[in-house]
Design a binder for this molecule. Structure first.
Ligand SMILES: *[C@@H]1O[C@H](CO)[C@@H](O)[C@H](O)[C@H]1NC(C)=O
Length: 465
């Protein structure tokens, strides 16, 4: 059911007859919730006026997803422009009074923007626009209230962005260390010189705590828009080719890389020891770590560990596995079983989310989702449903749904990790060298020789480099 939107009607009565038409009055509602609208109407809906401010969920949803249709810079320019222009009456004094009234609301909107999507402001045009608005606000603001608020907001933003810069540099430096190929990895014999995980930490609970630190650190730097940015070049109606090509989803990628690293680390630790008994002990240790991750609500590390254990160089070590009690592992694997669209995992995740909502301690608040699945869900949500309707309207129901998934992630992201940090263990987990896939196979064959012709061929094709 489409009808003339209340907001646009109010907007018309607010104007003192300056011949503005309601061309943006193209919004469809169903049961009071916005289901579709033209892009123009949606932009207008974001613009605060003297007696209107968009509701928070709309602000979040539209700032998040508008990038599917236009660049954040374009949106910001238009919102600021509309907000200023709507106050113009032709009378300079009246304009000034009215802008003074609307300025705090514009500041509030920009504050929500800078706090929720700070990475948008890595674009210097966004920063320039913010600066221009600060000047504009200062001009009409004798009490300097809004001006000061703008200043504070900008300072907080700059602090956030510099923390992000430092984080990115730190991750790059750690990755560089992890990529070095020390002699200890050049052959399995030499790998005996590399310290193994048990010599760094032999308490599964402590190791799971340190993994949780790494997960939460890396999650906290992912911008909500990174989930959406990857789809942003796909709208055929908008011809802004390449706008986002340089835009980064690098924190999201860094996080996915961490998952892969943890899987390889687990496989390396298991394949490295020369003695079967030692390998079996490491498998049992990681099963205990996985169990602790499950208890903490750290599903991402749990899944990475299971993935490492299921890599073929590890799973083929039958003699080693025969020494391991796998009961606990089978239960954990069942929890993360992909069948029926990961229904067991989804149930466990809901349980953890409920625990988090009623938590009494920060430890109970922790929910770290199996991240690749979250990305996949959002990807299919985007693919499975058009962003535009046949009449050119934007399908806002879809945008609500995207925002719902991403905002759940924002709640999980903000948990402060309650455990003590152990620098030595953390350093080991993020920088100790791990075997490549070929090296894993070689190490595995040296532990337990090839069993059939296929494995023999595979063994022959591999060389230590
Ligand atoms: C899997 O479950 C999620 C969450 O319930 C849902 O969004 C998604 O569409 C489902 N995927 C398939 C292929 O059924």
């Amino acid at each position: 059911a489409c009808f003339f939107p209340l907001h646009a009607a109010l907007f018309l009565t607010r104007l003192y007859g300056h011949g503005i038409t309601a061309s943006y009055g193209e919004m469809c509602y169903h049961d009071n919730s916005l289901v579709s609208a033209s892009l123009e109407a949606l932009i207008q809906h974001l613009v605060p006026t003297v007696d209107y401010y968009p509701d928070r969920s709309y602000v979040f949803t539209f700032l998040l997803s508008s990038r599917l249709f236009l660049h954040p810079y374009e949106l910001m320019t238009r919102v600021c422009h509309l907000c200023v222009e709507q106050q113009r009456s032709g009378d300079a004094l009246l304009d000034k009074i009215r802008f003074r009234e609307v300025a705090p609301k514009l500041v509030q909107l920009l504050t929500e923007w800078t706090e929720t999507f700070p990475y948008d402001f890595r674009d210097e045009r966004m920063m320039r626009c913010l600066k221009d608005m600060t000047h504009h606000v200062a001009r009409g603001d004798e009490v300097r209230y809004s001006w000061r608020a703008m200043q504070q907001m900008t300072q907080r933003l700059i602090k956030r962005l510099s923390a992000l810069g430092q984080y990115e540099e730190a991750v790059a430096a750690l990755n560089a260390v992890a990529m070095e190929r020390p002699a200890s990895l050049k052959s399995k014999q030499a790998s005996g010189q590399r310290s193994d995980v048990l010599s760094v930490c032999d308490d599964p609970f402590i190791l799971a705590q340190q993994l949780t630190h790494i997960e939460l650190d890396r999650l906290s730097f992912i911008g909500p828009e990174e989930f959406i940015q990857t789809f942003a070049m796909k709208d055929p109606l908008e011809n802004h080719k390449g706008f986002f090509r340089k835009r980064k989803t690098s924190n999201l990628e860094a996080y996915v890389n961490w998952f892969n690293r943890l899987s390889y680390l687990v496989a390396t630790e298991i394949c490295m020891p020369v003695k079967k008994k030692h390998r079996a002990r490491i498998i049992e240790f990681f099963i205990d770590v996985a169990q602790e991750c499950f208890n903490i609500g750290n599903f991402n590390s749990l899944m990475a560990i299971i993935t490492g254990m299921n890599m073929s160089p590890v799973s083929r070590l039958k003699k080693t596995w025969s020494k391991v009690n796998t009961d606990k592992f089978e239960i954990l694997e069942h929890q993360m079983d992909p069948s029926s669209n990961f229904s067991n995992y989804r149930t466990a995740l809901r349980g953890a989310t409920q625990r988090s909502e009623t938590a009494h301690s920060s430890q109970e608040k922790i929910v770290i989702p199996f991240f690749s699945l979250l990305i996949k869900d959002i990807y299919f949500l985007n693919e499975g449903c058009a962003s535009r309707l046949a009449n050119g309207h934007i399908n806002f129901e879809k945008l609500w749904e995207l925002a719902k998934q991403v905002s759940e992630f924002l709640v999980w992201r903000q948990v402060i990790c309650p455990f003590d940090r152990d620098r030595r263990i953390l350093q080991y987990l993020v920088t100790t060298p791990v075997f490549s896939e070929d090296e894993l196979h070689l190490a595995s064959y040296e532990s337990e020789g090839p069993e059939n012709n296929m494995e023999k061929d595979s063994r022959r094709s591999l060389r230590w480099v």
